[in-house]
Design a protein around this ligand. Structure first.
Ligand code: HEM
Length: 407
C-alpha cells in the first residue's frame, strides 16, 4: 500500500520529454530531493529506475564505477538492444575502469589546460569573427548564427575536419543525438541515414589521415594502441563520432542558455557588462543553472546503498543534474541566478571517472563568447519565445531570435 506522499510522487514522470521541453521540472526535482531523494521511478518502456536528485548521491555514484557501471547497460536511460550495447561499450562513455582509462588516455592529452591554452588565441579570433558578423545587422537567430558555430569550429580544428565538411557533419551529429525531437529527426530512418553517412565520412577521414597524417586527434586515434593492438575500424569510427557529438551539442546548448539566462536576469547582464572579470564565475553559474545534459545513467554492479536506500544488483540509476545543481545543502539560494556565486560545485560536467574531457575547452569557449558578445552588442531583447528541444536527455534550445544594437 502506498502512502499519500508516495502516490503523489508517483504522478511525477521524468521520462516525459514534453515536460523537459518546457524547462527542467524544478518543482518535481525539489520534491523528490526532499521527500524521496533516491526514488523508484517506473518507466513505460523498461523495468524502472532510481531517480537520484541529491548532490552528494550523484557524487558517490559517479565516483564509484566499481559499484555503478557505465559498461553493463550503457550511459543512457533506454535499455539498449544487444547490437547497440555492443557499440556503446566501444565508446569511452560506455566503459568502466581499467579499460576506460586506457581508451580515455588516447585523447586525454589533447584536452589538458596546456593544450587547450594553445588553441586559445585561434579560438578567440574565431569567436571574434563569428560574433563580429552581428555588427552588420540588428537581429539574428542566436543558436545557429552564433552558438552552434564556435564549438563546431573547435572540435573540427582538433579533429582535423576540413572547413568544407563542417556544416554537413554538424547537421548529421545534431540529427543523431537529438533524435527524440521529430523536427530534428522526423523518422527513425532519418537517424539511421545520418549514422550511415557519418560512418562513411569517418572512414574517408581515416583514409585521408593514413595517407597524410595531420597530427590531429583523428591521427592520434588511428595511431593509438590499446591492449597491445590498434583500434578496430568500428572503435575508431565510434570514437570519432562521439567526440564530434560531445563537442558540439553541449557547448552550443550552454552558450544559448547563457544568453537566455542573462536576458531573463537583466541586472546580471548589466553587471557583467560593467564588470567582465565576472565572466568566468558567470559561466559556472550558467552551467549550474541550465545543465546542458539532463541525466546520465549507471547500472548497479551489486546490491548496495545510495543514501539510505537499498539498491539491487542490476538496477538502473539515473543522475538528474538539474536536481543536484539546486541542492540546498550545497548551494545557498539554489533557485537564484548569481553570476558571482563562489564556490560553485555544480555537476554539469559530471564528476569522477567520466568527468567531462572537454570541460577546459567548453569553459574557454563560453568565457570567450560572452566576453565578446557583451562587448559587441547591447540592448539585446528576445523577438520570440525561445524554442526548446523535445528531449529528456539534452537541454537544447533550437531557436533564440534576438534583436540588439551594435555598440
Ligand atoms: C558545456 C559543455 C559540456 C558539458 C555540460 C558536458 C557534459 C559532460 C558530462 C556530464 C559528462 C559525463 C558523462 C558521465 O558521467 O557518464 C561528459 C563526458 C564527456 N565529455 Fe563533455 N560536456 C561538455 C563539453 C564537451 C566538449 C567540448 C567535449 C569535447 C570533445 C566533450 C567531451 C566529452 C567526453 C569525451 C566525455 C566522456 C569522458 C569519459 O567517458 O571518460 N564534452 N561531458
Amino acid at each position: 500500500m502506498s502512502t499519500d506522499t508516495e502516490s503523489d510522487l508517483s504522478a511525477i514522470d521524468l521520462t516525459d520529454a514534453s515536460v523537459w521541453e518546457k524547462g527542467a521540472p524544478h518543482d518535481w526535482l525539489d520534491r523528490l530531493r526532499s521527500e524521496d531523494p533516491v526514488h523508484w521511478h517506473p518507466e513505460a518502456d523498461g523495468p524502472g529506475f532510481w531517480a537520484v536528485t541529491r548532490h552528494d548521491d550523484v557524487r558517490r555514484i559517479s565516483t564509484s564505477p566499481d559499484e555503478f557501471s557505465s559498461y553493463l547497460r550503457g550511459p543512457l536511460r533506454p535499455d539498449p538492444d544487444p547490437e547497440s550495447l555492443e557499440q556503446v561499450r566501444m565508446v569511452i562513455i560506455g566503459m568502466d575502469p581499467p579499460e576506460h582509462r586506457e581508451f580515455r588516455s588516447i585523447v586525454a592529452k589533447a584536452f589538458t589546460p596546456r593544450m587547450i591554452g594553445k588553441l586559445a588565441d585561434a579560438l578567440g579570433e574565431e569567436t571574434a569573427r563569428v560574433v563580429g558578423e552581428l555588427r552588420d545587422r540588428d537581429s539574428c537567430e542566436f543558436v545557429n548564427d552564433v552558438a552552434a558555430r564556435i564549438p563546431m569550429w573547435s572540435i573540427s580544428e582538433l579533429m582535423g575536419v576540413p572547413e568544407g565538411d563542417r556544416q554537413r557533419l554538424y547537421e548529421l551529429s545534431h540529427c543523431l543525438i537529438d533524435d527524440q525531437d521529430p523536427e530534428v529527426a522526423p523518422t527513425p530512418e532519418t537517424s539511421m541515414e545520418a549514422s550511415a553517412e557519418v560512418f562513411a565520412y569517418a572512414s574517408e577521414m581515416a583514409a585521408r589521415e593514413r595517407a597524410n597524417p595531420s597530427g590531429s586527434l583523428t591521427s592520434d586515434l588511428l595511431a593509438a594502441e590499446v591492449q597491445g593492438r590498434k583500434l578496430t575500424d568500428m572503435e575508431y569510427t565510434l570514437f570519432f563520432l562521439f567526440l564530434i557529438v560531445a563537442g558540439n551539442e553541449t557547448t552550443r546548448t550552454a552558450t544559448s542558455h547563457g544568453l537566455l539566462a542573462l536576458l531573463e536576469h537583466p541586472d546580471s547582464m548589466k553587471r557583467l557588462v560593467r564588470d567582465p572579470e565576472l565572466v568566468p564565475s558567470a559561466v559556472e553559474e550558467i552551467l549550474r543553472w541550465q545543465p546542458p545534459i539532463h541525466h546520465f545513467r549507471r547500472t548497479a554492479t551489486r546490491d548496495t546503498i545510495i543514501g539510505e536506500t537499498e539498491v539491487a544488483e542490476g538496477d538502473k540509476v539515473l543522475m538528474w543534474y538539474a536536481g543536484a545543481n539546486r541542492d540546498p545543502s550545497v548551494f545557498d539560494d539554489p533557485h537564484t541566478f548569481l553570476i558571482d556565486r563562489t564556490p560553485n560545485q555544480h555537476q554539469s560536467f559530471g564528476i569522477g571517472e567520466h568527468f567531462c574531457l572537454g570541460a577546459n575547452l567548453a569553459r574557454l569557449s563560453l568565457r570567450l563568447v560572452f566576453t565578446e558578445l557583451l562587448a559587441t552588442i547591447e540592448n539585446i531583447s528576445l523577438q520570440a519565445p525561445p524554442r526548446r528541444l523535445h528531449s529528456n536527455l539534452i537541454n537544447g534550445i533550437k531557436e533564440l531570435r534576438i534583436s540588439y544594437d551594435v555598440r
